[in-house]
Design a protein around this ligand. Sequence first.
Ligand SMILES: Nc1ncnc2c1ncn2[C@@H]1O[C@H](COP(=O)(O)OP(=O)(O)OP(=O)(O)O)[C@@H](O)[C@H]1O
Length: 278
Amino acid sequence: MSLLQSLTTRDRVFDFMAPQASPVDVRHGPILYMEDVSVSFDGFKAINNLNLTIDDGELRCIIGPNGAGKTTMMDIITGKTRPNEGSVWFGSRHNLLQMNEPDIASLGIGRKFQKPTVFEALSVFENLELAMAADKRILPTLTARMTGEIKDRIDDVLETIGLTELRFQPAGILSHGQKQWLEIGMLLMQRPRLLLVDEPVAGMTEQEMERTAELLTGLAGKQSVVVVEHDMGFVRSIARKVTVLHQGSVLAEGSMDQVSSDPSVVEVYLGADDEEAA
Ligand SMILES: Nc1ncnc2c1ncn2[C@@H]1O[C@H](COP(=O)(O)OP(=O)(O)OP(=O)(O)O)[C@@H](O)[C@H]1O
């Protein structure tokens, strides 16, 4: 057996080939910690003394009326927007306010925007392969030797997102829901510790929504997942803990039943939406 063959034997994975373990330190507390965060746009406080803590492995839903600050909050976590005040930590070791967007992403914070942006001409498999290539934690020079490991990882992710049967199909023929799952799969290829998911079920059929609920609840535990969503039925189906944002601050936090019976929440938001949903 040649040296190259021995290095690529499927049942052997060498430490130097495997992605480095995430350096995020959650031994002393949450995976995400935002304290007294504020950001103003032309004097308007879009985020106003926001305090938010996400535990390692938690699935959290963030709800709130239009303009509550949900997108801005995600932008702050990913480094797209810098707050004027406050602190944002990823585990106890990483001060996100001192890091740029690419470095935050490579720490293991993945963001799924509302619209899917898969490569339509490439197959489902190739989309996942490409996503793996974006993982900067893997030394590019070793990529050729990692074929076996990459394939195993793609197979795992295909299974997780339920697209194994469609792996050789071009992504362009997928339904809207399937494209959303593929994009989540592309993020999973990079082994994120925290996934930020913006309105995952907008435009989905009931069946696709159910499958998405299974997918997201299945991911929790393995990674932390923060879902921003307007669809109250969907939030109710997946949420353990819900945070209600209003005017850039946390208005209420707790189980869906707790927040939906909170009079201040009913007043600003849920009352109207529950009536619509009923
Ligand atoms: N770059 C910006 N410049 C000026 N104002 C902004 C900017 N980004 C956001 N805002 C304002 O900040 C507020 C919060 O916006 P944000 O998009 O975070 O709310 P949201 O909760 O995500 O709303 P939606 O549910 O409609 O997506 C809004 O009033 C918005 O107009």
